[in-house]
Design a protein around this ligand. Structure first.
Ligand code: SF4
Length: 184
């Protein structure tokens, strides 16, 4: 191979690597921009510290919770965020229970302080819809523990389940077919 051909080959390789790095940086910037645009405005100055991460505790109750995102505020406080796609633009009690269980698991596993509020980001099921933030107050640790124990008692047939206060809850419940006629 002539020196000229070798030189041209090297130059092409260098340009290729440079283009690949530029493309990778552009993808990374787009992802960061999309993440920034999808977070609640109140968390603009916060740092994204966990994403799609599983947390596990065995005491005071056994609990495994996977969170969507956790942000660290400048004060060090962690704030949890849960994403939902649904046509009704509102947070549900089940969202609050999920976030509250995540809070207990994150604090138990990491020892870090997690805010007693969180955000449910509700996005309409259309391509162009943007998530809308709903700030929700979370359940206390004692309330989560009581809920987990109640669930265990129901599954072990130690107590009977009750229907929710609003029958509307049953209308959109995935377990409706299984429990119709079983719960008084
Ligand atoms: S359908 Fe059954 S499991 Fe679902 S909310 Fe109603 S009572 Fe609960």
């Amino acid at each position: 191979m002539s020196a000229l051909a070798w030189g041209v080959g090297c130059a092409v390789a260098v340009v290729g690597v440079a283009l690949a790095i530029a493309r990778w940086r552009s993808v990374e910037t787009d992802a960061a921009r999309a993440e920034g645009a999808s977070r609640p405005a109140a968390l603009r100055d916060a740092e994204l510290v966990y994403m799609e991460k599983l947390f596990r505790i065995s005491t005071p109750v056994g609990l495994v919770a996977k969170l969507d995102r956790a942000y660290r505020m400048p004060s060090g406080l962690l704030v949890l965020v849960e994403f939902k796609t649904r046509s009704s633009n509102q947070p549900f009690l089940s969202d609050v229970i999920q976030l509250s269980a995540q809070r207990l698991a994150v604090m138990g596993q990491t020892g870090r302080l997690v805010a007693s509020y969180g955000y449910v980001m509700v996005k309409a099921p259309t391509r162009r819809a943007l998530p809308i933030a709903h700030r929700v107050r979370l359940m206390t640790d004692d309330q989560v523990v009581a809920l987990v124990r109640r669930r265990e008692d129901i599954l072990a047939d130690r107590i009977l389940p009750r229907r929710p206060q609003s029958r509307k809850t049953c209308l959109s419940c995935a377990f409706r077919g299984q429990c119709d006629g079983l719960i008084p």
